[in-house]
Ligand binder design. Sequence first.
Ligand code: ADP
Length: 258
Amino acid sequence: MEQMIIEIKGLTFRYETDVVLDNINLSIPEGSFLAIVGPNGSGKSTLLKLILGLLKLQKGAITIFGEDINRFKGWENVGYVSQKANSFNTGFPATVFEVVASGLTKKLGLFRFLKKEDKDQVLQALEAVGMLHFKNRNVGELSGGQQQRVFIARALVSSPKILILDEPTVGVDAQNVDTFYQMLEDLNKNRNITLLLVTHDIGTISDKVTTVACLNKHLHFHGETKEFEKLRENGLGEFYGHDVHMLSHYHEHEGAIK
Ligand code: ADP
């Protein structure tokens, strides 16, 4: 049977009186590459915070690796890259290697010397995101997209089974978005990491993700990317509300709006 990494059942959440997530049911099987899309304010970050255990459940249930989230302890299996991760100043005094190694502190504690196997893990994580040859560079000197890769490597260094990314292409130049997605696809297909990413721009999900979930307080659609593309062609408005970005990144390159 297909193993579920995350299962969400009947999830409703409100800030004070405002319901921002209403009866969400969503299952994420092992090996999937899921994009959660939705306009600003549609509840995407709130859903992530609930999945990461940063907000307390009010109604409904979340199960991670078969365990109720309230009892779940295996957080080293859940990698997370936040939206603001890639905003280092040019003067930030840490090398790429050091930033990735800092992802091991959960395991090692701060200021412990790295063993050879720890160093190897750092190098493997850098290799996985195509940043090995930048290992001695100062992280502040890198482009937004390169920094994003470093932060993904930092999340990968503890060998998580699922990687959760909040708007990962925000700091990535338009012409590099495609190769960025190829790197994510490689992690998913060749390194068997389940991926969950959140974006507010439908266009940037490209053809790499396998499933799409459209959130706007309710879950309006959850299915294969192909089905989602058909819906897009037929106009998403009635399913999804009208504040929808219909920019494909392909067209963004050309500066034209589809
Ligand atoms: P998204 O990530 O899709 O932009 P959010 O989950 O951040 O959406 O927000 C969903 C709704 O909840 C928005 O209307 C937002 O204003 C509101 N909201 C988010 N965080 C808080 C908070 N801490 N307190 C009150 N309202 C919030």
